[in-house]
Design a protein around this ligand. Structure first.
Ligand code: 13P
Ligand code: SF4
Length: 366
């Protein structure tokens, strides 16, 4: 299987939001009274604008709480997409990274989609430029193109399927069962994991998440010895040496479910540490331990927290609701093409959920 190498330093090229730039724009910590005042203001503005807050598990806990309190959602990227599409509100405020806002707009062009900071991006998106990706696809016309959600609208416009970590395995397994060969992009770790699980013929783009790529297998082994009863929960964007030690591999929602339903008292968690906020709320009696990375550096490269997710805060949420900026726009020709591959995924997962509920009444898929 051949691979395509990509130089990640290109994420610092002019016009893109590098990690250093993202950390510099991360909102300053708030005092409790500032936090209360901003949350009150955000609540009032959401109501005034008939807006709903759609947040990811990695953003600031105050935004997650606000989303839940005000009838919005905090979830993984699959459920964020579905919720935004199905909600009646005409304004969606997406607290996450740019591809999440774009997905919301692609699915609901008639709605206004706002984000606290449109520069919040993702190393997987930056590492898969649309022109290079189109050339890769052109060179392999016999393959079904399956792209991860963490890509630009233009990359999705070239794809047959979009997947997220919560459904990638099922969708690729289904394509493999139909005898289809796959061109996969951009996350090499998730791609390898799916390839190993399904046996599918997958040609991979060579991308990675800068946060998950930093989890270390050797250090995890040592930590497990100190906590022999702990369950190991791993997001599949992590390297193989980490995934191999997992008790549960899954999307952010699946990892939360594993803590809530698990019998163990201790959990070692290999994903962005923003997720611990919701885990602590839902499983208060359990001990959560962050999986080891190389440790904090000057730019916090290895601190298990996504610099772009960290750009979302209460103050810029209030600003965007007040000013109606920044708003997400997607060029119509690209939007229409990208919509097809996202809708295919949503239809596939909805059908699977219905089938599962049919087999076991009252129990839906995770
Ligand atoms: P989930 O779809 O599992 O929430 O993952 C999104 C993401 O960006 C993980 O880094
Ligand atoms: Fe992208 Fe990684 Fe951040 Fe998720 S955690 S948004 S994959 S850089």
């Amino acid at each position: 299987m051949d691979t395509q190498l990509f130089d990640y330093t290109r994420q610092d090229a002019a016009g893109t939001c590098s990690t250093a730039h993202a950390w510099a724009k991360t909102p300053a910590p708030l005092t409790p009274s500032e936090r209360h005042a901003l949350a009150d203001r955000a609540r009032a503005l959401l109501k005034q604008h008939d807006a709903v807050l759609v947040a990811h598990y990695y953003v600031d806990g105050a935004l997650q709480d606000l989303a839940l309190e005000t009838g919005g959602i905090v979830s993984d990227s699959l459920e964020m997409a579905r919720f935004g599409r199905d909600h009646a509100a005409q304004t969606l405020v997406v607290a996450g990274v740019r591809f999440m806002g774009e997905t919301a707009k692609i699915l609901s062009p008639e709605k206004r989609v706002l984000m606290p900071d449109l520069e919040a991006t993702c190393s997987l998106d930056l590492g898969c430029p649309a022109d290079d990706f189109a050339a890769f696809c052109d060179a392999h016309p016999d393959r079904q193109v399956v792209v991860y959600a963490n890509t630009s609208a233009a990359v999705k416009a070239r794809a047959d399927w979009m997947v997220t970590s919560s459904c990638a395995l099922e969708i690729v397994a289904d394509l493999h069962a139909q005898g289809r060969k796959i061109l996969w992009a951009p996350d090499r770790h998730l791609g390898r994991y799916i390839q190993e699980q399904t046996g599918a013929d997958m040609l991979m783009w060579n991308g990675a998440c800068i946060v998950h790529d930093e989890f270390k297998g050797l250090e995890l082994e040592l930590l497990r010895k100190e906590h022999p009863g702990a369950q190991i929960l791993v997001h599949p964007e992590s390297p193989r040496s980490v995934v191999e030690q997992a008790d549960v591999v899954g999307s952010t929602s699946a990892l939360i479910k594993a803590v809530v339903e698990g019998k163990a008292r201790e959990y070692i968690v290999a994903t962005d540490n923003g997720i611990l906020h919701r885990m602590r709320q839902l499983a208060p009696g359990k001990t959560l331990i962050e999986a080891p990375t190389a440790g904090n550096s000057a730019t916090c490269k290895s601190c298990a927290h996504c610099p772009w997710m960290a750009m979302n805060g209460l103050a810029n949420l209030v600003d965007c609701l007040q000013s109606g900026q920044p708003e997400v726009h997607v060029e119509e020709a690209i939007r229409v093409k990208a919509q097809a591959c996202i809708t295919r995924m949503l239809d596939f997962t909805a059908a699977r959920k219905t089938a599962a509920a049919g087999m076991k009444p009252g129990i839906g898929a995770a």
